[in-house]
Design a protein around this ligand. Sequence first.
Ligand SMILES: [Zn+2]
Length: 96
Amino acid sequence: MAKLLKYANGQLIFECPGCDHAHGVYSKPTGHPQGGPSWDWNGSMDKPTFSPSILVQGEHRCHSFVREGKIQYLVDCSHGLAGQTVELPEINEEEW
Ligand SMILES: [Zn+2]
């Protein structure tokens, strides 16, 4: 089952177990509509890989690599999964 949602604007959404909410990235070659950052994506909805790393500064600092459907949290995350690698949760389109 899919671990990503793809929005019409090209944004890819995944659920982050560390922050307990969703993060979104824009993939190349379409990229960010306002010229913001975009990521290389392997095209897989089930085992996505993004490059380079993803840094989110929200309620938590969240810095991760998404590779082959897993999310590898770097040690500089401020949430409880810092330094751990976990399976990305499957995402149910009907809940969105
Ligand atoms: Zn996160």
